[in-house]
Design a protein around this ligand. Structure first.
Ligand code: FAD
Length: 288
């Protein structure tokens, strides 16, 4: 399989990338790691007239902490490779959920090329990175001819492979409030090691209240309504069962060649229960 022909242009800064995107008036696509875009072009699911290669911009020093008035913010430049997120001590400390989730993305080749900005912009509803970034909260920073804007991650994912980004907007940073010391868990079921998840669950607690995000059950990473899980007490087995059941009842997954809708719903029940327990059980009872 081969893509149709396209123009190739390099941008060595985000300003230049924005300028080129404007010139192509919605007909061009950014190429970052190429790990999702190139297969889609080969299958002719997308036919850009031009590719704007932003790899020359680099990862701008990789993940860093920015102190703000409220709380420290973990800033991850868009071109940070999955492999860098995986080994970053800053991510380990400030967003361990994300680091754990990245471990489960694809294989070693994919993790060395794929970028966090590409993963978030691609918006795969089963993607480990979109799910964990949504659970952590924060904003997607974008740049366009109209300037810079921050879109809350809760408003970013719209539907399958579709986001709040306009045609001429590029993602420059993912900005996540630090979650130092806060409980978290990530779990998923895949058909084979390194496959995309059939169902994934990310849990991030802040100030004792968990946020639960599901992958693989909707047209986008799905944040579970807070009232279903916000007050769950993991020491109360019946309460935990009923919360996991309520979450499973609240989703409306589609069936496909990998799993039926019913099986996906059952996975939600099991994974949510397991992830909430893993995140929130007092240390001395974990694994008991
Ligand atoms: P690209 O492929 O370069 O781009 C993807 C899309 O995002 C394109 O539409 C592109 O125009 C747009 N884009 C990229 N960067 C920007 C930007 N800065 N601003 C605006 N738009 C941008 N992912 C998972 O989550 N879980 C998996 O298990 C998994 N397994 C995989 C297995 C294989 C064999 C392969 C090939 C890929 C797999 N992936 C998986 C996808 C992988 O994580 C990709 O790296 C990621 O989805 C896209 O990142 P990228 O940098 O390669 O983006």
């Amino acid at each position: 399989v081969q893509p149709t022909s396209f123009e190739y242009q390099r941008a060595d800064s985000w300003d230049e990338a924005v300028e080129l995107m404007q010139i192509w008036q919605g007909e061009a696509k950014i190429i970052a790691g190429g790990q999702s875009l190139v297969p889609m072009m080969n299958l002719r699911l997308t036919l850009p007239a031009a590719l704007i290669d932003v790899n020359g911009i680099g990862d701008q020093g990789g993940p860093r902490i920015e102190d703000s008035a409220e709380a420290p913010v973990l800033v991850i430049p868009a071109l940070t490779r999955h492999a860098t997120v995986l080994t970053s001590p800053v991510v380990a400390q400030h967003a361990p959920l994300l680091q754990h989730a990245v471990r489960l993305v694809g294989n070693v080749r994919v993790r060395h090329r794929g970028t966090i900005g590409g993963s978030v912009a691609h918006a795969d509803p089963t993607g480990e990175i979109p799910c964990s970034v949504l659970a952590l909260g924060g904003v997607v920073r974008m740049q366009s001819p109209r300037g810079v804007r921050d879109v809350p991650i809760t408003e970013f994912f719209r539907t399958y492979l579709t986001t709040a980004a306009e045609d001429d907007e590029v993602v420059t940073e993912i900005r996540i409030p630090s979650s130092v010391g806060e409980p978290w868990a990530f779990d998923e079921v895949t058909r084979r090691f390194s496959d995309f998840a059939t169902v994934a669950v990310a849990v991030q607690a802040r100030a004792g209240r968990p946020t639960v995000v599901l992958g693989g059950v909707a047209d986008r990473p799905l944040r579970v309504a807070d009232d279903l899980v916000g007050n769950v007490d993991v020491r109360d087995e019946a309460g935990l069962d009923s919360a996991a059941g309520a979450v499973a009842d609240s989703v409306n997954p589609e069936g496909d060649v990998h799993a039926s809708a019913d099986y996906r719903r059952r996975l939600v029940r099991v994974l949510v229960r397991r992830a909430l327990t893993s995140a929130l059980a007092p240390q001395d009872t974990k694994g008991a």
